[in-house]
Design a protein around this ligand. Structure first.
Ligand SMILES: CCOC(=O)Cn1cc(-c2ncnc(N)c2C#N)cn1
Length: 290
């Protein structure tokens, strides 16, 4: 059975770059998120996959769900009698409760980097929010910024929106709940990561509401190295060009930058790059979850 292939007892409903979503036949409240070993960079899914990545990121999101004091969509044996999940998928699959998903990507930025740095260089703002002058790439922000985006259809880029626009989309009470929950989770996760010598630079949350209770519930993946930037705190404090090397894809990004002109399809990753990237994914798990 391939990731996006038929899965006995499950109906495939969604394929992202690296994960697939299924709904349980005959059980409308149960869904299955299956993480693949695929890795994406520069908006391309790369070949080959990174061995163990799907299982490592599933382990990481489970670890965070267990630690964060917020309702999440993970289903455990305490909730329902768990239906069979094929053995070959078990370590990279999550049984989740179906939620009424909200169309907002809840991005929180603790540091100035990536697209935020690019905008800041042009306009001194991030997602339209003015920042102090004189900041440099990688600088810690005066306070974490909530910069929501409107979830785009598959394959398109999410659209950065203002908090006021998010109010128009989901109402003031829900928009406020999303912002406050995102900032609170970011603060809690940043403290937990920092205790382990890891900086959480930025992340993206998705939420839904429980169809029965209306309770705001953390969905999708949480604080994985696909949805977040993680840096080594000691390397960052030492400064220098590698202080913002991410814990996972930097090796891939650097190799692609040196071996691909961004035209057409990216080249296949050499075995050495695949092995080093797999080791970096493992290293983050060992640092955080040990
Ligand atoms: C492959 C993972 O899915 C997505 O990336 C986007 N997505 C999530 C849902 C969803 N829908 C209802 N309930 C849920 N618990 C979820 C979740 N997670 C739909 N699309």
């Amino acid at each position: 059975m391939t990731d996006a292939g038929a899965l006995l007892g499950w109906h495939h409903v969604y394929s992202g770059k690296v994960r697939n979503l299924y709904e349980r036949e005959g059980s409308p409240t149960l869904m299955l998120v299956v993480a693949s070993d695929r890795v994406s960079a520069f908006d391309h899914v790369l070949e080959p996959g990174i061995p163990g990545k799907g299982a490592l990121l599933t382990q990481l999101t489970r670890w965070w769900f267990d630690r964060l004091q917020v309702p999440n969509h993970l289903v455990t044996a305490l909730d329902v009698e768990l239906p069979a999940v094929p053995a070959e998928l078990a370590d990279r699959a999550m049984l989740v409760r179906r939620l009424d998903m909200l169309p907002i990507e809840c991005v929180v930025r603790g540091y100035l980097t990536g697209s935020g740095w690019a905008e800041y260089q042009q306009s001194g703002t991030v997602c339209g929010i003015p920042l102090p002058a004189g900041l440099n790439d990688g600088d810690r922000l005066p306070e974490p910024l909530y910069t929501p985006a409107f979830k785009a259809p598959l394959g398109e880029h999410d659209e950065n929106i203002t908090f006021e626009r998010s109010i128009e989309l989901v109402g003031e009470e829900m928009a406020t709940q999303l912002r406050d929950a995102s900032l609170a989770i970011f603060a809690a996760a940043s403290a937990i990561a920092a205790e382990r010598g890891v900086l959480l630079a930025d992340t993206k949350f998705e939420f839904g509401t429980d169809p029965d209770t209306g309770v705001l519930t953390l969905a999708d993946e949480a604080l994985t190295s696909d949805s977040s930037r993680y840096w080594d705190a000691a390397l960052y404090a030492a400064g220098g060009p590698n202080r913002m090397d991410s814990f996972d894809k930097q090796i891939v990004r650097d190799w692609l930058a040196a071996n691909w002109d961004k035209q057409g399809e990216p080249p296949a990753l050499p075995a050495e790059i695949v092995e080093r990237t797999a080791a970096r994914y493992r290293e983050l798990i060992d640092r955080l979850c040990a």
